[in-house]
Design a protein around this ligand. Sequence first.
Ligand SMILES: NC(=O)c1ccc[n+]([C@@H]2O[C@H](COP(=O)([O-])OP(=O)(O)OC[C@H]3O[C@@H](n4cnc5c(N)ncnc54)[C@H](O)[C@@H]3O)[C@@H](O)[C@H]2O)c1
Length: 294
Amino acid sequence: MTTTTSSPSRVVVTGARGKLGRAVVAHLRDVGLDVLATDRVAGSDPREVDGEFLVVDLTDYGQVVEMLGGVDEHAPVDAVVHLAAIPAPGMTTNAATYANNSAATYNVFAAARAAGITKVVWASSETVLGLPFDTPPPYAPVDEEYAPRPESTYSLNKALEEEMAGHFCRWQPDLVAVGLRFSNVMDVEDYAQFPSFDADPQLRKWNLWGYIDARDGAQAVERALAHDVPGADVFVIANADTVMSRSSASLMAEVHPDVPITKELGEHETLLGIDKARRVLGYEPRHTWRDHVG
Ligand SMILES: NC(=O)c1ccc[n+]([C@@H]2O[C@H](COP(=O)([O-])OP(=O)(O)OC[C@H]3O[C@@H](n4cnc5c(N)ncnc54)[C@H](O)[C@@H]3O)[C@@H](O)[C@H]2O)c1
Protein backbone atom coordinates (compact mmCIF):
# COMPACT_ATOMS: atom_id res chain seq x y z
CA MET A 1 0.00 0.00 0.00
CA THR A 2 1.43 3.37 -1.01
CA THR A 3 0.82 6.59 0.85
CA THR A 4 0.61 10.14 -0.37
CA THR A 5 3.09 12.65 0.94
CA SER A 6 1.30 15.97 0.62
CA SER A 7 -0.72 17.25 3.57
CA PRO A 8 -3.26 19.86 2.55
CA SER A 9 -2.66 23.42 3.63
CA ARG A 10 -5.33 25.24 1.67
CA VAL A 11 -8.76 23.67 1.75
CA VAL A 12 -12.10 24.61 0.23
CA VAL A 13 -15.18 23.81 2.34
CA THR A 14 -18.47 23.66 0.42
CA GLY A 15 -21.75 24.17 2.25
CA ALA A 16 -19.92 26.56 4.55
CA ARG A 17 -23.06 28.40 5.60
CA GLY A 18 -24.74 25.16 6.67
CA LYS A 19 -25.08 23.63 10.12
CA LEU A 20 -22.08 21.36 9.75
CA GLY A 21 -20.16 23.69 7.44
CA ARG A 22 -20.05 26.54 9.96
CA ALA A 23 -18.50 24.25 12.59
CA VAL A 24 -16.07 22.72 10.10
CA VAL A 25 -14.83 26.07 8.78
CA ALA A 26 -14.31 27.39 12.32
CA HIS A 27 -12.49 24.25 13.43
CA LEU A 28 -10.20 23.96 10.41
CA ARG A 29 -9.25 27.62 10.75
CA ASP A 30 -8.62 27.08 14.48
CA VAL A 31 -6.16 24.28 13.72
CA GLY A 32 -4.31 26.52 11.27
CA LEU A 33 -5.58 25.52 7.85
CA ASP A 34 -6.10 28.15 5.17
CA VAL A 35 -9.83 27.74 4.40
CA LEU A 36 -11.80 29.00 1.43
CA ALA A 37 -15.42 28.87 2.62
CA THR A 38 -18.04 28.56 -0.12
CA ASP A 39 -21.79 28.23 -0.42
CA ARG A 40 -24.41 29.14 -2.99
CA VAL A 41 -26.03 31.31 -0.33
CA ALA A 42 -24.29 34.61 0.19
CA GLY A 43 -26.51 35.94 2.95
CA SER A 44 -27.25 39.65 3.01
CA ASP A 45 -23.56 40.46 3.18
CA PRO A 46 -20.87 37.88 2.30
CA ARG A 47 -18.55 39.63 4.75
CA GLU A 48 -20.78 38.28 7.56
CA VAL A 49 -18.87 35.01 7.23
CA ASP A 50 -15.64 35.43 9.11
CA GLY A 51 -12.70 35.05 6.78
CA GLU A 52 -12.49 34.26 3.11
CA PHE A 53 -15.78 33.41 1.41
CA LEU A 54 -16.86 32.77 -2.18
CA VAL A 55 -20.35 32.29 -3.59
CA VAL A 56 -20.43 29.16 -5.78
CA ASP A 57 -23.29 27.10 -7.17
CA LEU A 58 -21.81 23.63 -7.37
CA THR A 59 -24.31 22.46 -9.98
CA ASP A 60 -22.40 24.66 -12.46
CA TYR A 61 -19.21 22.78 -13.42
CA GLY A 62 -17.45 25.94 -14.58
CA GLN A 63 -17.93 27.56 -11.18
CA VAL A 64 -16.49 24.48 -9.47
CA VAL A 65 -13.44 24.53 -11.76
CA GLU A 66 -12.81 28.17 -10.90
CA MET A 67 -13.43 27.57 -7.19
CA LEU A 68 -10.68 24.92 -7.11
CA GLY A 69 -8.25 26.45 -9.58
CA GLY A 70 -8.41 30.02 -8.39
CA VAL A 71 -10.48 33.08 -9.21
CA ASP A 72 -9.89 36.80 -8.68
CA GLU A 73 -8.94 37.42 -5.04
CA HIS A 74 -8.93 33.66 -4.24
CA ALA A 75 -5.92 31.33 -4.65
CA PRO A 76 -6.16 27.68 -5.79
CA VAL A 77 -6.80 25.01 -3.17
CA ASP A 78 -5.10 21.65 -2.68
CA ALA A 79 -7.88 19.75 -0.90
CA VAL A 80 -11.68 19.66 -0.85
CA VAL A 81 -14.15 19.24 1.99
CA HIS A 82 -17.50 18.83 0.25
CA LEU A 83 -20.46 19.27 2.58
CA ALA A 84 -22.95 21.15 0.40
CA ALA A 85 -26.19 19.32 -0.26
CA ILE A 86 -29.89 19.38 0.33
CA PRO A 87 -29.29 17.60 3.65
CA ALA A 88 -32.28 15.29 4.13
CA PRO A 89 -35.12 13.52 2.33
CA GLY A 90 -38.36 15.41 1.85
CA MET A 91 -37.03 18.98 1.99
CA THR A 92 -37.87 19.35 -1.69
CA THR A 93 -39.01 16.88 -4.32
CA ASN A 94 -37.02 13.70 -4.77
CA ALA A 95 -35.95 14.65 -8.28
CA ALA A 96 -34.82 18.10 -7.16
CA THR A 97 -32.83 16.57 -4.30
CA TYR A 98 -31.19 14.12 -6.67
CA ALA A 99 -30.51 16.73 -9.35
CA ASN A 100 -28.84 19.13 -6.93
CA ASN A 101 -26.87 16.69 -4.83
CA SER A 102 -25.69 14.37 -7.59
CA ALA A 103 -24.62 17.22 -9.88
CA ALA A 104 -22.81 19.01 -7.06
CA THR A 105 -20.86 15.94 -5.98
CA TYR A 106 -20.03 14.76 -9.50
CA ASN A 107 -18.77 18.26 -10.36
CA VAL A 108 -16.61 18.37 -7.22
CA PHE A 109 -15.00 14.99 -7.94
CA ALA A 110 -14.56 15.67 -11.66
CA ALA A 111 -13.15 19.17 -11.20
CA ALA A 112 -10.82 17.95 -8.44
CA ARG A 113 -9.51 15.32 -10.85
CA ALA A 114 -9.04 17.92 -13.58
CA ALA A 115 -7.15 20.15 -11.12
CA GLY A 116 -4.90 17.31 -9.94
CA ILE A 117 -6.25 17.49 -6.39
CA THR A 118 -5.61 14.24 -4.52
CA LYS A 119 -7.65 14.70 -1.36
CA VAL A 120 -11.45 14.86 -1.24
CA VAL A 121 -13.38 14.51 2.00
CA TRP A 122 -17.14 14.54 1.57
CA ALA A 123 -20.31 14.15 3.58
CA SER A 124 -22.03 10.86 3.06
CA SER A 125 -24.78 10.00 5.54
CA GLU A 126 -25.92 7.57 8.20
CA THR A 127 -29.00 7.04 6.02
CA VAL A 128 -27.09 4.56 3.82
CA LEU A 129 -27.06 2.20 6.82
CA GLY A 130 -30.79 1.58 6.24
CA LEU A 131 -32.53 4.44 8.03
CA PRO A 132 -35.30 4.66 9.13
CA PHE A 133 -34.82 0.97 9.95
CA ASP A 134 -38.40 -0.06 9.12
CA THR A 135 -36.38 -3.05 7.95
CA PRO A 136 -34.22 -3.84 10.97
CA PRO A 137 -30.44 -3.64 10.59
CA PRO A 138 -28.56 -6.94 10.12
CA TYR A 139 -26.85 -6.48 13.49
CA ALA A 140 -25.95 -3.73 15.93
CA PRO A 141 -23.97 -1.65 16.38
CA VAL A 142 -24.29 -1.00 12.66
CA ASP A 143 -21.04 -0.39 10.81
CA GLU A 144 -19.41 -0.10 7.39
CA GLU A 145 -19.26 -3.86 6.79
CA TYR A 146 -22.61 -4.36 5.05
CA ALA A 147 -23.67 -2.93 1.68
CA PRO A 148 -25.57 0.38 1.60
CA ARG A 149 -29.33 0.10 2.09
CA PRO A 150 -30.69 3.47 0.93
CA GLU A 151 -34.41 3.89 1.61
CA SER A 152 -34.90 7.39 0.11
CA THR A 153 -33.77 9.29 -2.97
CA TYR A 154 -31.53 11.44 -0.77
CA SER A 155 -29.87 8.31 0.60
CA LEU A 156 -29.74 6.62 -2.80
CA ASN A 157 -27.67 9.54 -4.02
CA LYS A 158 -25.30 9.25 -1.04
CA ALA A 159 -24.87 5.54 -1.79
CA LEU A 160 -24.15 6.33 -5.44
CA GLU A 161 -21.61 8.95 -4.38
CA GLU A 162 -19.78 6.31 -2.36
CA GLU A 163 -19.74 4.04 -5.42
CA MET A 164 -18.63 6.93 -7.64
CA ALA A 165 -15.77 7.80 -5.31
CA GLY A 166 -14.39 4.29 -5.77
CA HIS A 167 -14.33 4.71 -9.54
CA PHE A 168 -12.65 8.13 -9.37
CA CYS A 169 -10.00 6.48 -7.21
CA ARG A 170 -9.60 3.70 -9.78
CA TRP A 171 -9.05 6.35 -12.47
CA GLN A 172 -6.67 8.38 -10.28
CA PRO A 173 -4.67 5.97 -8.09
CA ASP A 174 -3.18 8.66 -5.86
CA LEU A 175 -6.61 10.07 -4.92
CA VAL A 176 -7.61 9.85 -1.25
CA ALA A 177 -11.43 10.03 -1.06
CA VAL A 178 -12.95 9.85 2.41
CA GLY A 179 -16.72 9.63 2.83
CA LEU A 180 -17.99 10.51 6.29
CA ARG A 181 -21.36 8.94 7.09
CA PHE A 182 -22.45 11.61 9.54
CA SER A 183 -25.21 10.97 12.02
CA ASN A 184 -27.86 13.62 12.74
CA VAL A 185 -25.97 16.90 13.23
CA MET A 186 -26.56 18.76 16.50
CA ASP A 187 -25.51 22.14 17.83
CA VAL A 188 -25.32 22.74 21.58
CA GLU A 189 -28.65 24.63 21.45
CA ASP A 190 -30.31 21.43 20.22
CA TYR A 191 -29.49 19.51 23.40
CA ALA A 192 -32.29 21.11 25.46
CA GLN A 193 -34.80 18.96 23.55
CA PHE A 194 -32.98 15.67 24.19
CA PRO A 195 -34.73 14.75 27.48
CA SER A 196 -38.05 14.87 25.62
CA PHE A 197 -36.91 11.85 23.55
CA ASP A 198 -36.87 9.59 26.61
CA ALA A 199 -40.60 8.99 26.93
CA ASP A 200 -40.93 7.13 23.63
CA PRO A 201 -38.15 4.91 22.26
CA GLN A 202 -39.91 4.91 18.87
CA LEU A 203 -39.31 8.67 18.47
CA ARG A 204 -35.64 8.34 17.56
CA LYS A 205 -35.44 4.68 16.54
CA TRP A 206 -35.10 5.88 12.94
CA ASN A 207 -31.36 6.37 13.42
CA LEU A 208 -30.85 4.02 16.38
CA TRP A 209 -30.86 7.04 18.75
CA GLY A 210 -27.63 8.44 17.30
CA TYR A 211 -26.34 11.99 16.85
CA ILE A 212 -23.20 13.91 15.96
CA ASP A 213 -22.13 17.07 17.75
CA ALA A 214 -21.16 19.50 14.97
CA ARG A 215 -17.82 20.11 16.73
CA ASP A 216 -17.04 16.39 16.73
CA GLY A 217 -18.13 16.26 13.11
CA ALA A 218 -15.56 18.97 12.43
CA GLN A 219 -12.92 16.94 14.26
CA ALA A 220 -13.74 13.98 11.99
CA VAL A 221 -13.20 16.20 8.94
CA GLU A 222 -9.81 17.30 10.30
CA ARG A 223 -8.86 13.63 10.85
CA ALA A 224 -10.07 12.68 7.38
CA LEU A 225 -7.95 15.43 5.81
CA ALA A 226 -4.91 13.86 7.49
CA HIS A 227 -5.79 10.39 6.14
CA ASP A 228 -3.13 9.46 3.63
CA VAL A 229 -4.13 6.08 2.25
CA PRO A 230 -5.04 6.31 -1.46
CA GLY A 231 -8.42 4.94 -2.42
CA ALA A 232 -12.01 5.48 -1.37
CA ASP A 233 -13.14 4.65 2.13
CA VAL A 234 -16.18 5.42 4.28
CA PHE A 235 -16.62 5.90 8.01
CA VAL A 236 -19.62 6.15 10.32
CA ILE A 237 -19.27 9.38 12.31
CA ALA A 238 -21.41 9.61 15.44
CA ASN A 239 -20.97 10.55 19.05
CA ALA A 240 -19.94 7.89 21.54
CA ASP A 241 -23.36 7.81 23.23
CA THR A 242 -27.04 7.83 22.26
CA VAL A 243 -29.60 10.61 22.71
CA MET A 244 -31.38 8.56 25.40
CA SER A 245 -31.14 8.17 29.18
CA ARG A 246 -32.07 4.48 28.94
CA SER A 247 -29.40 1.90 28.24
CA SER A 248 -28.60 1.02 24.64
CA ALA A 249 -29.15 -2.69 25.40
CA SER A 250 -32.67 -2.05 26.74
CA LEU A 251 -33.56 0.07 23.70
CA MET A 252 -32.52 -2.68 21.31
CA ALA A 253 -34.31 -5.34 23.39
CA GLU A 254 -37.56 -3.35 23.24
CA VAL A 255 -37.47 -2.01 19.69
CA HIS A 256 -35.37 -4.52 17.75
CA PRO A 257 -35.50 -7.71 19.85
CA ASP A 258 -34.45 -9.95 16.93
CA VAL A 259 -31.37 -7.95 15.88
CA PRO A 260 -28.12 -9.63 16.98
CA ILE A 261 -25.92 -7.49 19.23
CA THR A 262 -22.31 -8.07 18.25
CA LYS A 263 -20.52 -6.73 21.32
CA GLU A 264 -21.01 -6.04 24.98
CA LEU A 265 -22.53 -2.57 24.99
CA GLY A 266 -21.58 0.20 27.37
CA GLU A 267 -24.60 1.70 29.13
CA HIS A 268 -25.20 4.48 26.60
CA GLU A 269 -22.90 3.22 23.87
CA THR A 270 -23.68 4.37 20.35
CA LEU A 271 -25.42 1.84 18.13
CA LEU A 272 -23.88 3.62 15.13
CA GLY A 273 -20.50 1.94 15.33
CA ILE A 274 -17.54 4.30 15.28
CA ASP A 275 -14.80 1.74 15.91
CA LYS A 276 -13.48 1.99 12.35
CA ALA A 277 -13.28 5.80 12.52
CA ARG A 278 -11.48 5.51 15.85
CA ARG A 279 -9.06 2.89 14.58
CA VAL A 280 -8.29 4.24 11.10
CA LEU A 281 -8.77 8.00 11.43
CA GLY A 282 -7.98 8.45 15.13
CA TYR A 283 -11.42 10.06 15.58
CA GLU A 284 -12.51 10.33 19.20
CA PRO A 285 -15.67 12.25 20.12
CA ARG A 286 -15.01 14.89 22.77
CA HIS A 287 -18.55 16.06 23.41
CA THR A 288 -21.77 14.64 24.79
CA TRP A 289 -25.19 16.20 25.23
CA ARG A 290 -25.05 14.94 28.83
CA ASP A 291 -22.56 17.73 29.65
CA HIS A 292 -25.06 20.37 28.55
CA VAL A 293 -28.38 19.22 29.99
CA GLY A 294 -28.80 19.13 33.74
N1 LIG B 1 -27.83 17.56 9.10
C1 LIG B 1 -27.72 16.27 9.30
O1 LIG B 1 -28.30 15.72 10.27
C2 LIG B 1 -26.88 15.42 8.37
C3 LIG B 1 -26.74 14.04 8.64
C4 LIG B 1 -25.95 13.27 7.79
C5 LIG B 1 -25.31 13.85 6.70
N2 LIG B 1 -25.50 15.19 6.47
C6 LIG B 1 -24.82 15.76 5.31
O2 LIG B 1 -23.90 16.72 5.80
C7 LIG B 1 -23.79 17.81 4.86
C8 LIG B 1 -24.05 19.13 5.56
O3 LIG B 1 -25.35 19.10 6.11
P1 LIG B 1 -25.93 20.34 6.95
O4 LIG B 1 -26.78 19.77 8.01
O5 LIG B 1 -24.83 21.27 7.30
O6 LIG B 1 -26.89 20.97 5.86
P2 LIG B 1 -27.30 22.53 5.67
O7 LIG B 1 -28.53 22.55 4.84
O8 LIG B 1 -27.33 23.24 6.97
O9 LIG B 1 -26.08 23.08 4.82
C9 LIG B 1 -25.89 22.67 3.49
C10 LIG B 1 -25.40 23.89 2.70
O10 LIG B 1 -25.17 23.44 1.36
C11 LIG B 1 -25.51 24.52 0.51
N3 LIG B 1 -25.80 24.02 -0.82
C12 LIG B 1 -26.77 23.14 -1.18
N4 LIG B 1 -26.73 22.93 -2.51
C13 LIG B 1 -25.72 23.70 -2.99
C14 LIG B 1 -25.21 23.92 -4.30
N5 LIG B 1 -25.76 23.37 -5.38
N6 LIG B 1 -24.14 24.75 -4.44
C15 LIG B 1 -23.58 25.35 -3.35
N7 LIG B 1 -24.04 25.19 -2.09
C16 LIG B 1 -25.11 24.37 -1.93
C17 LIG B 1 -26.73 25.18 1.16
O11 LIG B 1 -26.87 26.54 0.76
C18 LIG B 1 -26.40 25.04 2.65
O12 LIG B 1 -25.82 26.22 3.20
C19 LIG B 1 -24.76 17.47 3.73
O13 LIG B 1 -24.05 16.84 2.69
C20 LIG B 1 -25.73 16.51 4.36
O14 LIG B 1 -26.31 15.66 3.38
C21 LIG B 1 -26.25 15.99 7.27
